[in-house]
Design a protein around this ligand. Structure first.
Ligand SMILES: Cc1cc2nc3c(=O)[nH]c(=O)nc-3n(C[C@H](O)[C@H](O)[C@H](O)COP(=O)(O)OP(=O)(O)OC[C@H]3O[C@@H](n4cnc5c(N)ncnc54)[C@H](O)[C@@H]3O)c2cc1C
Length: 466
């Protein structure tokens, strides 16, 4: 059986490391399948190995491996870990003119690759296209980001999986190739498009684009209290809206944006990277020994970067993505949108009362509700609040554990659901309590698609425990 696995280009020296360099692991086997048949063989071989030897085999599909938490690794020594990456060989993208808004990708395709494909496609297409929405960076696979309920911002936009996925082809935990589609819209579809990586290996995704558009953006610094008083207006009047509160200041950077057919009008030249990256990083290093310095740093950079209002019209990519700078710990929760103001007031009060020093930005985004069984926005329009704590020189900042613990306590009060890819206390997490309408249905689908628990790593066994 081992020799069967060796037929695929498996690698035993590969080391997985996430973007923030907070999680790493050497799997026993790293598989880079060339086609769907290879994936079926990996699953059936692992099943046969498990049955014949009694030794647990665990399969973990990975995308770019950017998730900040341990969703992609297995922290127990009880299994042979097979990581499967489609990024080497399964990256084709196809367009069928009979469905002019649809693009089909293989499971290893990244956002970057799709955006490049669309640029080429648009040169000759009758209906030029744009992606409907984006997260903050492009170096993520679509299969990976859908699995974790990744989102952009704007109450008119649900999470990306709901907004874009129309059909999913995947190999389940019995080695069976399955197709789930939005036309059926059954529980299989409503689970596989936000699967946490525990229902099978996605080999292909059909996704719906929009006719090409640009994004007209306004960015300005506004008082914290004014933003909280008016956030519902910003939400309803714009396609996209987010704000960044700058901790230790009275201000937020408000970004509102709308799809438009107006021509591009690039943003003003950004601050030179020496100031926005090099100087900022060296100040963060100094703040490790003297956290109070962060208060000054936040004020200085809010003035340097955001004191002048900006108006620009850009491509969706340039409008919605940005440099996330340095390795960081990050925690993000979705809460019902009506609690936005109260939650933000409690977070500010907590930071002041505890004397914490916190990086900017504290990011606040929004998404429309959906009916995806394990989506963090299932059943209600959501406000997402995210805290980042940078690790300059890969050193943890002094206050981050306290900030995360107290932030999570506030999120818990509002029935907050964590972002699946980011930090949260897995020991106290209750899937059933937080997903009362859908947890049983998701677990039933999981039992059906992965009856031998091939896709159950330590993250899954903790967060989905009964
Ligand atoms: C700098 C940075 C910026 C980010 N910005 C945002 C943001 O703006 N909005 C937001 O919501 N999130 C954001 N995230 C989180 C990010 O979207 C998720 O962590 C995403 O899952 C990462 O994609 P990936 O390709 O690295 O997936 P991975 O981390 O490799 O995998 C994530 C999950 O997907 C599963 N998976 C991967 N490939 C497959 C497959 N083929 N079949 C089945 N399951 C699969 C894995 O098993 C795992 O469960 C950000 C993360 C970083 C590091």
């Amino acid at each position: 059986m081992e020799s069967l696995i060796q037929e695929y280009p498996t690698n035993t020296s590969f080391e997985y490391k996430n973007w923030a360099q907070t999680v790493s692991q050497k799997p026993h086997h790293f598989h880079e399948p060339r086609c769907t048949e290879d994936i079926v063989s990996i699953v059936t071989t692992c099943l046969a190995l498990q049955q014949q030897t009694g030794k647990r085999q665990l399969i973990k599909p990975v995308g770019v491996g950017h998730s900040p938490n341990d969703i992609c690794v297995h922290l127990q020594p009880d299994a042979t870990l097979h990581m499967v990456s489609l990024q080497t060989h399964m990256t084709s993208i196809t367009f069928n003119p009979s469905e002019p808004l649809m693009i089909t990708i293989q499971g290893g395709v990244t956002i970057r690759q799709l955006l490049d494909f669309i640029d080429e496609h648009n040169k000759t297409a009758q209906v030029p296209l744009s992606v409907p929405n984006l997260p903050s960076i492009t170096d993520l696979t679509w299969a990976g980001l859908f699995a974790t309920s990744t989102h952009g911002t704007g109450i008119k936009n649900p999470i990306l999986a709901k907004q874009m996925v129309r059909e999913v082809t995947f190999v389940d935990g019995t080695g069976k190739l399955r197709v789930a589609s939005s036309k059926q819209d059954d529980d299989t579809f409503k689970s596989i498009i936000c699967s946490l990586g525990c229902l099978g290996i996605i080999t292909e995704l059909k996704m719906e684009m929009l006719p090409q558009y640009n994004v007209e953006c306004h960015e300005r610094l506004l008082p914290f209290t004014e933003v909280l008083a008016n956030y519902t207006t910003f939400l309803t009047q714009n396609d996209f809206f987010r704000f960044w509160w700058i901790p230790h200041t009275k201000h937020c950077v408000v970004w509102t944006a709308n799809r438009t057919q107006k021509p591009l009008q690039p943003a003003p030249t950004p601050l030179h990277p020496f100031y926005s990256v090099t100087l900022y990083h060296s100040l963060l290093v100094k703040a490790l020994a003297n956290p109070q310095l962060l208060k000054l740093v936040n004020r200085l950079f809010s003035l340097l970067l955001f004191s002048k209002p900006k108006h620009y019209i850009e491509t969706p990519e340039k409008a919605m993505t940005f440099n996330c700078l340095f390795p960081q710990h990050t925690m993000e929760y979705a809460i019902p949108v009506q609690h936005t103001k109260e939650a933000m007031l409690q977070i500010r009060e907590m930071i002041e009362r505890k004397g914490y020093c916190v990086n900017f930005p504290l990011e606040v985004r929004f998404t429309g509700k959906d009916d995806i069984l394990a989506s963090s926005c299932e059943g209600w329009d959501a406000c997402w609040i995210g805290v980042v704590m940078y690790r300059p020189g890969l050193v943890d900042p002094p206050h981050y554990k306290g900030v995360f613990k107290d932030f999570q306590e506030i999120m818990d009060k509002f029935q907050g659901r964590p972002h699946w890819a980011k930090a949260f206390d897995q020991d106290t997490f209750s899937f059933k309590a937080l997903f009362p309408r859908t947890s049983e249905r998701f677990l039933a689908i999981r039992q059906q698609l992965d009856p031998h628990n091939l896709f159950e790593n330590s993250f899954i066994s903790k967060v989905l425990r009964q």
